[in-house]
Each structure stands twice: as C-alpha cells, then as structure tokens.
Design a protein. Structure first.
Length: 226
C-alpha cells in the first residue's frame, strides 16, 4: 500500500465518497521500470487531470547514448532536461493541472549526478547541465505532490529485461542501484511538496483500488499543506 509522509485517510468507505476537485500538478517519479508510465496514466484518469508521459523514444540520442555513453551523454541529457522543462511550463500555462511522468529534478539530480560520478559526463559537461538546470529552477512551476515509485534493483532489472527495449539491453544492476540510491537521497530530503512513496514490488498500481488509494493520499496531502 502506498505510504504518505503526511497523514492521509484510509478505508474503503472514504474512497467511495472522496472527491478530487483540485487542479494539481503531480509528478510521478521513480526507478526505471518501477511502473511510472502505468501509474501516470491511471492517476491521470483517476484524478481527472491531463496526462504528460515521459517520451524517451522521442530523444534522438537515446540509442547512441546506450551504445557510446561518454560521447552522447551530454546531448541526451540536455534533451531530457529541456523536454521535461517544457512539460512543466505547459502545465503551468494551461492552468489545468496534470500528472507528469518524470521531471527536471530527476533528470539532473539523479541521472546527471550518477553519470558524472561514473565519469560518463565530464566536469565541463556536468557544469553546463548544472547551469541550465539552475536557470530552469528559477522559472519552472513547483509541483503540488510527488508520487515516488521504487522497487528492489534485482526486480527492476528483471522488468527491464522482460520489456525488451533494445536500447536498455545492456543496462546493469550496478547502474540501476546507483540511480535508485541517488533518487532515494533526493526524495528523503525533499521539501518542495508532499511525497507519497510506493513500493511497486508490493503494490500493483494497475489495480483500480490501489490507484484510488494513491490518488486519495495525494489529494489529502496537498489539501493539508494548503
């Protein structure tokens, strides 16, 4: 069951009468293969908010990056950073809320950081990305809540292999663990908005009851912060 860092109501009777009447910006964050795409789609439907999916296939550098990370890390990460920023600005401009898969925060504070630690991004490349990120932070709208999805690295690796995306074929358990640890550190110190954690090895967000529970917890956390 999802766990909130802020008190949230529970119980089937509460779910039946709960009303989602707030136009929120919800970010679905989490590990590779943690179930973010499914959660984003289902939360969008449950909350009645527009869906903003992650678009890795739109990144023209993604296959090249997995084949030659050091050569293609900078343009690939810059693409993701700009793409996520554009989505956040679209949500802000539309004033209709939205459920966004991924965000500028994870692109830079998780992926860029790990790639720099591994020596895949040079110091100069990381510095450039950090400058762009800092500028985006000064402009970007803040989310109202984060649904943070995670699962054990071995389970994530199994799911990655099962879904069979060619550019992910060589993703290592070490890389998955490094990203997971960096993401855990990011959200353990997160103070921009409420964070609701979900271990997707224990919670199936394809199930209507589970997605309803998560939607309720997000809404209660946002309203209690207002």
């Amino acid at each position: 069951m999802p766990s909130a860092r802020r008190p949230a109501g529970t119980g089937t009777d509460h779910l039946l009468i709960f009303s989602y009447d707030q136009l929120m910006h919800v970010i679905v964050a989490g590990d590779i293969a943690a179930g973010k795409s499914t959660a984003t789609h289902n939360l969008s439907a449950e909350l009645g908010l527009p869906e903003f999916p992650e678009r890795p296939q739109s990144n023209p550098y993604i296959s090249d990056f997995y084949n030659d990370p050091q050569r293609w890390a900078l343009p690939s990460q810059l693409f993701f950073l700009v793409d996520e920023f554009d989505q956040q600005q679209t949500i802000r401009a539309a004033r209709s809320g939205g459920v966004q898969d991924h965000s500028i925060y994870e692109v830079h504070e998780v992926f860029d950081a790990v790639l720099a630690e591994e020596g895949i991004l040079s110091k100069n490349d990381y510095s450039l990305l950090d400058s762009v990120y800092t500028q985006f932070l000064s402009i970007a709208s803040q989310p109202d809540a984060v649904a943070y999805l995670h699962a054990p690295p071995d389970e994530l690796h199994k799911r990655i292999m099962e879904r069979g995306r060619p550019y992910e074929a060589d993703v290592s358990t070490h890389y998955i663990h490094s990203l997971s640890e960096r993401r855990r550190r990011l959200f353990s110190g997160w103070d921009r908005c409420p964070v609701i954690e979900v271990d997707t090895s224990l919670t199936d967000l394809r199930e209507p009851a589970q997605i309803s529970q998560l939607a309720m917890q997000i809404t209660v956390a946002v309203k209690s912060r207002a």
